[in-house]
Write a protein that binds this ligand. Structure first.
Ligand SMILES: NC(=O)c1ccc[n+]([C@@H]2O[C@H](COP(=O)([O-])OP(=O)(O)OC[C@H]3O[C@@H](n4cnc5c(N)ncnc54)[C@H](OP(=O)(O)O)[C@@H]3O)[C@@H](O)[C@H]2O)c1
Length: 225
């Protein structure tokens, strides 16, 4: 059974992608900082007849990431990684706190870099696999009151496009996913989005991603009016 790591799998889009890929027969390695949330998703997958395992991993901590990948490869052959963990802080640029900016850069950019670098040698060894980066339409165009978040997502876009080129002669597929707003806990501590119930559900977005999985670049526009 091939295994797939999903970061930020305890809620929102990560949870939905984990549930869908489990149904496709992958062993899902659920990661995030909060073990209780991951264990809940793990039970859901197992109750539906799938296979999953939870690991508490903070993607901003390089040593923790490296140790986790070493442990994870022992259970099942590693097929891929979905870099989904991400955070956002919004508001006028000059009012952004240094802590908010560094949290976005550390999680969205460094977290994706650390995880990808740690897993790539194993994927290369098998010369197959999937590296999917969950970006955002914030990785495609600038937006008002989103400067720090957009900067972090443009960085992930640059990383992803470069890896697509660097790995084009291998059987490792690198996917860039750009989606508009989703109704997830991402917005719980923000008033940047007034009515998140008008956004797409993460389940719908996860299904659209899998429908387009043959594309290297997947764009899912927001259905917000
Ligand atoms: N919601 C939207 O409108 C939207 C739109 C476009 C793109 N996105 C992107 O979609 C991805 C998923 O977001 P979501 O909407 O599903 O939000 P979410 O429900 O808040 O999920 C994000 C997950 O990331 C985990 N996480 C945060 N910091 C982490 C860290 N340092 N290490 C490991 N895990 C960490 C969180 O779990 P813990 O706190 O337990 O670690 C959480 O489960 C993000 O990359 C986001 O930027 C979201």
């Amino acid at each position: 059974m091939k295994s797939l790591i999903v970061t930020g799998a305890g809620s929102g889009l990560g949870r939905e992608l984990a549930l869908l890929y489990a149904k496709q027969g992958f062993h899902i390695i659920l990661t995030g900082r909060t073990l209780e949330k991951l264990k809940k998703v793990e039970r859901e997958i197992q109750d539906a007849g799938g296979s999953a395992q939870s690991f508490s991993v903070d993607v901003t901590k390089l040593e923790e990431v490296r140790q986790f990948i070493e442990d994870a490869v022992r259970s099942y052959p590693l097929f891929g990684l979905i870099n989904n963990a991400g955070v956002g802080h919004f508001g006028p640029f000059e009012e952004m706190a240094e802590k908010e900016i560094s949290e976005m850069l550390d999680t969205n950019v460094l977290g994706t870099i650390y995880m990808s670098q740690a897993i790539l040698p194993y994927l290369k060894e098998r010369n197959e696999g999937l590296l999917m980066n969950i970006i955002s339409t914030a990785g495609l165009k600038g937006k008002v009151n989103e400067a720090g978040y957009v900067a972090s997502k443009f960085a992930v876009r640059g990383l992803t496009e470069s890896l697509q080129k660097e790995l084009e002669d291998t059987n490792i597929k690198v996917k860039a996913v750009y989606m508009g707003g989703m109704d997830t806990p991402f917005w719980d501590e923000s008033d940047h989005i007034k009515d998140k119930s008008r956004l797409r559900s993460p389940k719908e977005v996860a299904e659209l991603i899998l429908d387009s999985i043959d594309e290297d670049t997947i764009v899912i526009e927001s259905n917000r009016k």
